[in-house]
Design a protein around this ligand. Structure first.
Ligand code: THU
Length: 134
């Protein structure tokens, strides 16, 4: 299996664990670090709706808790016929740990549907450099 197929399978496996009693919309995210470590997350909703968290946020938390801090590649797996691209907040969360050319693969159950670079999804972004290079 290629590393991208492994990442796809990891996203699919974690998507099944999503806690989504309100939207019934399961999302899974799998991050590969540049060294090939894989971290996953799923969306976790809450009766107080705004407190729910996205799959990408969970995967980033797992990455940081695991001692890694760079995203090499990410697969986001959603449901339905539309592309489940990361929400605006998650694009910014990914930005913190990813270079502009990092690829974000958007998948459905049948496979990867489309791939974007971070820069395509979040052009002219604000990031850590804004605070350090001054
Ligand atoms: N959601 C994610 O987890 N990631 C995305 O990229 C888009 C949306 C979740 C949030 C909420 O639990 C559900 O999908 C419906 O918005």
């Amino acid at each position: 299996m290629s590393s991208l197929e492994t990442l796809f399978e990891a996203a699919r496996a974690v998507q099944a664990k999503a806690y989504v009693p309100y939207s019934r919309f399961k999302v899974g995210a799998a991050i590969a670090t540049p060294e090939g470590r894989v971290f996953t997350g799923c969306n976790v909703e809450n009766a107080a709706y705004p407190v729910g968290s996205c799959a990408e946020a969970g995967a980033i938390s797992a990455m940081i808790a695991g001692g890694a801090s760079r995203i090499g590649e990410i697969v986001v797996m959603g449901e339905g016929e539309h592309l489940v691209t990361p929400c605006g907040g998650c694009r910014q969360r990914i930005r913190e740990f990813a270079a502009p050319d990092v690829r974000i693969h958007i998948a459905g159950p049948e496979g990867i549907r489309r791939s974007f670079t971070l820069d395509e999804l979040l052009p002219f972004s604000f990031g850590p450099d804004n605070l350090t290079d001054r």
